[in-house]
Every structure is written in structure tokens, then in C-alpha cells.
Design a protein around this ligand. Structure first.
Ligand SMILES: [Zn+2]
Length: 294
């Protein structure tokens, strides 16, 4: 799999590493460079992606990489932590997610993807609510927005530069948002928090650098998901049958539109308080993905 990637300077010393087009496991990362050291935001899925990122980093700075902040524990944001040689920091629940992952399962689910060089490396330091890194006159805040994309999200906020590294709280470039392992209502709340920061640049976990319009788009999508879950519930329909017939309207044309299956199952469980059959939902999601490709 060939991935086109670029390191974009957003503000002096603040960069987004954008991997196009942002599909499953093709995620973004960040770099913040100070006088004494640099901070990395997220690692990537496999060794070749991580090496490409590190090569780009070394084109713009020779400062030591001191900290790596993980925005959450998904494979595409933590599996090459070990290649950066830094102290790693994440939310307490993110560390648990990181340790629970099984690369061999992903290889079965995504046979076309390259997971070489991926490694499970538990983070060194955890945070529960909020922490700050002081870098000369720059402040780097890592803030937990509550349960949203996952149970252990952190977004990285640079208040002076008005930049937010959102991790997978935000998706752009018509990549479908995903919160199957977190909360749909929590994702909406987190997106509202991001919106209220009035930042100039929002770096999503997947897709190109975004603004407040994309935050609004993500909120609208999750409201659609909640509304469909409500329809299913109020009509007393079987969730798994509903998931197979569901029509997406404008969202059908978004990339990874099959994520609706996981999202809707999550929204339905928030509505009813019942858990859902994770394996069955995953099976239906990939069935929808494969039907689309044919
Ligand atoms: Zn991701």
C-alpha cells in the first residue's frame, strides 16, 4: 500500500503530518518543535509510515524528540510508538486499550494492509483529566473530553497558536466519523467543546486539516446516527436487520461509510442501555464494506 504523506507547517514550529486519503489505518500525526526539544503527537500503523514521518521530522529539526502524546489507543495512533525513542504519554484508558490490542486479529480483518514493524508498547506516563507541557513561551495542553471516540481520548490544544490536534474526535475530507468503541452522545459533546475553542486549525485523526465547518459536519453526522437509532428503537425493529437495510442518504458517498454499522449499534445501546454483539456488528460492518467494493 503506497501512502502519500506530507508534513505541513501550520504555525512556526507546529506541523501536521497528513497521510492521504485518511482511510482505515491511514492516520495523521503532529510535531511541535521548541528550543530544547520537540513533542510528537501520535505514532502510525506500520514501520514504513513511521520512518517516513521521522524522515520528514529530521528535515525540519534536529532537536531531541522528548515526548510522544497519544490521542487514543487505536492501532494507527500507537503501534509504532517504540520507533520514536521518546517518553510516551496518554490517557489511563488509552494505555489499557493499547495493551489489549492484538495485531494478529487485524491482519485477518484487513489482509490487504501492512502491519510490519508494528509493536504493542505500553505508554510511560498516563493522565486522567488534563496536563500541560511548557515549551519556552508555548503551552501544550492535553485534555480528556470524556468518553467520545474511545474511552481514553486526549486532544492536544495550543491556545496561543489556536491549533488543536483532535485525534479521532474529528474526521475530515469526507472520511466517515467512528465511535463504535466510545460514545455517540459523548462524541457530540466533545466536538462541541472543540468548536467552542474557536481554534483556527483543527488537525483531525484522518483527512486534511480542518476548521469549524468540519466539526459541524461531524456533529450533524452523529445526530443522524442517533436519529436512525431512535427510529429503529421506536418501531421495535431488530437492530441487526435494521443495520443491514439502513440507507445513508448523503453519507453513502462518504469514505468508509460502512462505519454506520458500528456507530448505529453504539447509539442504539446508549438509547436502550443494552450492550450489543460486538462480533456480529463487526461482521455486518465488513459485509457492508465488501458489498460496496464489488
Ligand atoms: Zn485513527
Amino acid at each position: 500500500m503506497k501512502v502519500r504523506a506530507e508534513l505541513k507547517e501550520i504555525s512556526s514550529g507546529v506541523y501536521a503530518f497528513i497521510q492521504h486519503r485518511g482511510e482505515w489505518f491511514v492516520s495523521n500525526a503532529g510535531l511541535i518543535v521548541g528550543e530544547k526539544f520537540a513533542v510528537v503527537v501520535d505514532s502510525l500503523t506500520n514501520e514504513s509510515m513511521a520512518r517516513a514521518f521521522i524522515r520528514k521530522i529530521r528535515e525540519v529539526t534536529n532537536k531531541p524528540l522528548k515526548f510522544l502524546l497519544n490521542t487514543h489507543g487505536d492501532a494507527d495512533h500507537v503501534w509504532t510508538n517504540h520507533l520514536f525513542g521518546t517518553t510516551t504519554i496518554c490517557h489511563e484508558n488509552c494505555r489499557e486499550d493499547t495493551m489489549r490490542a492484538h495485531p494478529e486479529i487485524y491482519s485477518v480483518l484487513f489482509p490487504e494492509l501492512d502491519f510490519s514493524g508494528a509493536n504493542i508498547t505500553p505508554q510511560d506516563i498516563t493522565v486522567n483529566e488534563k496536563m500541560k507541557i511548557y515549551m519556552e513561551n508555548r503551552e501544550i495542553e492535553a485534555i480528556h473530553p470524556g468518553i467520545a471516540h474511545s474511552t481514553g481520548d486526549l486532544f492536544i490544544y495550543l491556545p496561543k497558536e489556536k491549533i488543536v490536534f483532535c485525534g479521532d474526535l474529528l474526521f475530515s475530507s469526507k472520511c466517515t466519523p467512528f465511535a463504535m468503541f466510545g460514545s455517540i452522545s459523548g462524541s457530540i459533546e466533545a466536538l462541541k467543546k472543540l468548536y467552542e475553542l474557536n481554534a483556527d486549525f483543527y488537525v483531525p485523526g484522518h483527512g486534511d486539516i480542518a476548521g469549524k465547518d468540519e466539526i459541524q459536519e461531524n456533529i450533524s453526522y452523529y445526530l443522524f446516527v442517533q436519529n436512525e437509532a431512535k427510529k429503529c428503537f421506536e418501531k421495535g425493529l431488530n437492530l441487526y436487520e435494521f443495520l443491514q437495510k439502513l440507507e445513508l442518504g448523503e453519507y453513502e458517498n462518504w469514505f468508509e461509510s460502512e462505519r454506520i454499522v458500528g456507530n448505529l449499534a453504539r447509539a442504539y445501546s446508549e438509547l436502550t442501555g443494552e450492550t450489543f454483539d460486538l462480533l456480529e456488528v463487526a461482521r455486518l460492518m465488513f459485509q457492508r464494506k465488501n458489498n460496496k467494493i464489488k
